[in-house]
Design a binder for this molecule. Structure first.
Ligand code: FPP
Length: 253
C-alpha cells in the first residue's frame, strides 16, 4: 500500500471510538465473479483475490478489538453454480487454513463454522474440523464462517428441534420465547450482529442471518469484495458509530 493509503487508514483509526465498537460484524463477501470478469480472468481468480481481502479484514477487525466476525462463505443456494466453481469454493477453506491457521492461532482467534456442515465434501469438513479443534481453547475474537448456510434453513432447523422438545414433553409451547428460540440457532451463544457489510452494490440480505439481523445496521458499498480493503472497513465502522440505534424505541428529547 502507498503512503497516502496508510495515512488515510491511520487518520480513520484515530476517529474510531473504542467504546462504541460493534461487538459483532457480519459480512457478505460479494462481487468476486464480477471483479474477475472486469480483469478478464476466470471467476475463481476473483475468489482467490477475495481470500486476500478476507485476511486483511480479519487482521483489522482483530486489531480493533471486535468480538465476533461472521462471514458468508457459501450459501445453501450456491450449489446451483457450475460444478467446477463449487469444487473450487469447497477447497478454499483448506487452502486458506494451510497458511492462515497458524497466524490465527497466534492471534488467539477462535474459528467457528455454521451451516449444514454434514453435507460438505470430506476435504472441506476435514479442514474445518482441524481448525475448530486447533483454536477451541483460544479466547480472542470469534471468526465464524457460514458454510452451506441458509437463514431459512437455520430457522426451520430450530423450529424442528423445538417441536421435538415439545413432543417429548420437555418444553411447553408457552415457554417458547424469543430468547429461547435464539438459543436454538447456530449463533445461539453469540450477540446479534451490530453491523452488516455488503460490498458489490447489491442491496439485499440473500438469506443471511434472517432472524439475527432484525436490528442490525446495514452498510453497503459498490466496491467489489476483492477491491474492498481496510479503509472501507474502517469507514463502515465509523458510519456505524455515527448512527443512532433506537431498537424500535425513541431517544430522550
Ligand atoms: C460471492 O461472490 C462470493 C462467494 C460465493 C465466495 C466467497 C468466498 C471467498 C471470499 C473466499 C474466502 C472463503 C473462505 C472459506 C476462506 P460472487 O461469486 O457471487 O460474485 P459475483 O456476484 O460478482 O458473481
Amino acid at each position: 500500500m502507498n503512503r497516502d493509503g496508510q495515512k488515510r487508514e491511520s487518520e480513520l483509526i484515530k476517529l474510531i471510538s473504542a467504546e462504541k465498537l460493534p461487538r459483532h460484524v457480519a459480512i457478505i463477501m460479494d462481487g468476486n465473479g464480477r471483479w474477475a470478469r472486469k480483469q478478464g480472468l476466470p471467476r475463481i481468480a476473483g475468489h482467490r483475490e477475495g481470500m486476500n481481502t478476507l485476511k486483511e479484514i480479519i487482521t483489522c477487525a482483530n486489531e480493533l478489538g471486535i468480538n465476533v466476525v461472521t462471514l458468508y462463505a457459501f450459501s445453501t443456494e450456491n450449489w446451483k453454480r457450475p460444478s467446477w466453481e463449487v469444487e473450487f469454493l469447497m477447497r478454499l477453506p483448506e487452502e486458506y487454513l494451510k497458511t492462515e491457521l497458524q497466524p490465527l492461532i497466534e492471534k488467539n482467534i477462535v474459528i467457528r463454522a455454521m451451516g449444514d456442515l454434514e453435507q460438505l465434501p470430506a476435504v472441506t469438513k476435514r479442514a474445518i474440523k482441524n481448525a475448530l479443534q486447533a483454536t477451541k481453547d483460544n479466547t480472542g475474537m470469534i471468526l465464524n464462517f457460514a458454510l452451506n448456510y441458509g437463514g431459512r434453513n437455520e430457522i426451520l432447523n430450530a423450529v424442528k428441534k423445538i417441536a421435538e422438545r415439545v413432543q417429548e414433553g420437555a418444553l411447553k409451547p408457552e415457554e417458547i420465547s424469543e430468547d429461547l428460540f435464539t438459543r436454538y440457532l447456530y449463533t445461539g451463544d453469540l450477540p446479534d450482529p451490530d453491523l452488516l457489510i455488503r460490498p458489490s452494490g447489491e442491496l439485499r440480505i440473500s438469506n443471511f442471518l434472517l432472524w439475527q439481523l432484525a436490528y442490525t445496521e446495514l452498510w453497503f458499498t459498490r466496491t467489489l469484495w476483492p477491491d474492498f480493503n481496510k479503509e472501507h472497513f474502517l469507514k463502515a465502522i465509523l458510519d456505524y458509530q455515527e448512527r443512532e440505534r433506537r431498537f424500535g424505541g425513541i431517544n430522550k428529547i
